[in-house]
Design a protein around this ligand. Structure first.
Ligand code: ZN
Length: 172
């Protein structure tokens, strides 16, 4: 095996594709695309989070949207509207978490940091991070609640997931 260059993984995607073949052996066939518990969860991409499991849900029961920090983005909002009107979503949970990297620096600090780490100028890039995690959560929940295509059709709640205990607290 040759030494990988920067940006290449020694396995490429081979280990993942091999794992998929094992997964497909016991694949649970027969689901449609409906959220059967009416649930949509917007949460962080953090690898410690299990969005279905944390709420006792299983495959087929919920829509999951993940962004850095669980922040609301325009594509996430569009997906919520589709979920509500096409896929039977009637409960939307926005769930950021404790010890989140997306809430540990300002936009300027993250731009500086990634520019320094990569050697590539990242100052024109928008990451959407913000240390005021609870302020952003309240703002995002309000944006979804007041969206005319969502507010009258679905309940919207803001929660904080504690990565050290596994518990969620209702914030708003
Ligand atoms: Zn996070």
């Amino acid at each position: 095996m040759t030494t990988p260059t920067v940006g290449e993984h020694p396995h490429g995607f081979d280990d993942l594709v091999a794992a998929n073949k094992r997964y497909a052996i016991s694949f649970p066939h027969g689901f449609d695309g409906i959220a059967h518990q009416g649930v949509l969860i917007l949460t962080c991409m953090d690898s410690r989070l299990e969005p279905l499991e944390m709420f006792g849900l299983r495959v087929g029961e919920a829509k999951i949207l993940r962004t850095a920090g669980g922040r609301l983005t325009q594509p996430a909002l569009a997906a919520m509207v589709m979920g509500v009107h096409k896929l039977k979503v009637n409960r939307i949970l926005i769930v950021p978490h404790t010890l989140c990297a997306a809430a540990s620096s300002t936009e300027a600090q993250l731009r500086d940091s990634i520019s320094e780490l990569s050697g590539v100028d990242a100052h024109g890039f928008t990451f959407g991070v913000d240390p005021d995690q609870m302020g952003r959560l309240r703002e995002d929940v309000e944006t979804v609640r007041t969206q005319p295509l969502i507010g009258p059709f679905a309940e919207v709640g803001g929660f904080l997931y504690n990565v050290e205990t596994g518990l969620v607290d209702r914030i708003c």
